[in-house]
Design a binder for this molecule. Structure first.
Ligand code: ZN
Length: 294
């Protein structure tokens, strides 16, 4: 093997810096998208999630497909953020321990839709995601959390966690307009057709409800976008994202991009709001996989 001169090493380092630089001055963030098991069509949704992130030129996304959870041993520390599109078998104990330490030490987690159904018996995961549904979740897991009469309610009444009705294009209402993930977005915007998760419940500690949507099933404004603190780490949780149609919503995509950057860094530099961002009344869809060919 040829040895490199100092000058060559310098040029190589410069090249790495240039190729690793994000157009707005920040570094490229490394994301690990986890899929491989889900009661949803992860094979169809993961490419949209990946492209939605990569189209910002802010993220480099690797996919870990955990079809056999017992063989799932990623090196989380290599990534700025872990994005979960996974709802399946419990990871091995060593992987769970590594993941907990990764988040505690400042790692980022993004939870999409049914990923909040996962791991109901893993207390640390429930802490990280704030709220979850199904999987036997009940009052033992924590309160229901929702807005009612303009106030955030923590409801400790008994009952199962997790329900939804038929899909519809529902309005998403921003509750914390100064949070960087939703700053500058319309106060109410129309999501593409999706399930509206309701009656989620969990520890709800160090949790902020950024946006809600009105459930026809519960009559409450249910949390759609959440942030949760866990040690030095951060979780962004979007309850939206059932299928490819849901993921085509520009509001979903923009909040996913910003939320993932926030989970990775604690800040949001992706502040531009696309002209195609939905209004209160009008759904706006974008096929990011097609757009990539243009
Ligand atoms: Zn769903």
């Amino acid at each position: 093997m040829k040895t490199c001169s100092l000058r060559q090493i310098g040029l190589l380092a410069l090249g790495l810096v240039v190729t690793g630089t994000f157009a707005h001055g920040g570094e490229m963030l490394k994301a690990l998208l986890v899929d491989g098991q889900n009661n949803h069509n992860w094979q169809a949704t993961s490419p949209i999630i990946k492209k939605s992130l990569e189209m910002t030129d802010r993220f480099q996304v690797e996919v870990a497909t955990a079809k056999d959870a017992s063989q799932f041993h990623p090196d989380f520390k290599q990534y700025d953020v872990v994005v979960s599109n996974y709802n399946g078998d419990l990871w091995p104990k060593s992987t769970r321990t590594a993941f907990k330490e990764y988040i505690e030490n400042g790692g980022g987690l993004v939870v999409i839709h049914a990923a909040d159904n996962s791991f109901s018996d893993w207390p640390e995961y429930n802490r990280m995601i704030g709220l979850g549904g199904w999987g036997g979740r009940d009052e033992e897991h924590g309160p229901y959390v929702y807005y009612q009469n303009g106030k955030l309610v923590r409801d400790f009444s008994k009952g199962r966690g997790g329900t939804h009705g038929a899909q519809w294009a529902y309005p998403v209402k921003v509750r914390l307009p100064n949070h960087p993930i939703v700053k500058g977005l319309p106060r109410v915007w129309r999501h593409a057709e999706d399930e509206l998760y309701a009656r989620l419940r969990g520890p709800a500690k160090q949790m902020a409800v950024l946006a809600t949507a009105p459930s026809k099933k519960t009559g409450r404004a249910e949390p759609m976008l959440l942030t949760i603190g866990y040690g030095n780490g951060r979780c962004f949780h979007t309850a939206m994202g059932h299928d490819t149609r849901s993921l085509s919503g520009v509001g979903f995509q923009v909040t996913l991009q910003r939320g993932t950057e926030w989970a990775a860094t604690g800040n949001v530099s992706l502040t531009d709001v696309p002209e195609s961002f939905p209004s209160k009344e009008e759904v706006s869809r974008r096929d990011v996989l097609k757009a990539a060919d243009q």
